[in-house]
Design a protein around this ligand. Sequence first.
Ligand code: ZN
Length: 174
Amino acid sequence: MKEKELLINGNKSFVLNSKADKETDEALKELVKGQNPSVLIITCSDSRVSPEEIFSLGLGWLFVIRTAGNVINEGELASVEYGIEHLHIKYVLVLGHTHCGAVHAALHNEKGKYLDPILNQIKKNIIDEKDELEASKKNALEEVKFLKEKFPEYDGIFEAGLYDIETRKVCFIK
Ligand SMILES: [Zn+2]
C-alpha cells in the first residue's frame, strides 16, 4: 500500500536524520522527560497548513489542535483546557487560512453525513459574511471570542491569525 509505505519510509528517514544530527538527537532525548510547549495553536486540518512548518518550530514547541475549519467543539475545548491549565501555556492562537475548504463549504451550504457540527458552527460565526477571506477571519475571531467566554479566568493571551497559503505569511488579526 503506497500510502502506508510513504509513512514508513518518512519515519525511517526522520529517525536516521535525527540521529545523524547530534543537536537534534539531544533535543529529542530531552523531550522524553516531558513536554513544555510555549504555544497552543488551533488550526485547520488542511494539509497545506502545518504549524510546525510554517512557524519553523520543531517538536516540543507547539501544542496543536486541528479540525476542519479550526472549529472548537467539545473535544477541542477539552484539549485547550489541558493545554492552558495543565501545561500552563500562556499564548493561544486560533489560526485560520486562505482558501479554506470548510469555510467555503459553509458559505455554499454544502451538506455531509457528519459535517454538520463543523459547518453549522462556521455559519454561526460568519453570520451573513459572503466574502471567503473575510469569513475565514471572522471565523477565527469568533472562535477566540468563544474561548474567552469559556476560560474567563485565563491569564494568558487568546489571539486570532490568518495564514496565507500563497505568500506563506501569517498575519495576526483583531
Ligand atoms: Zn481549512
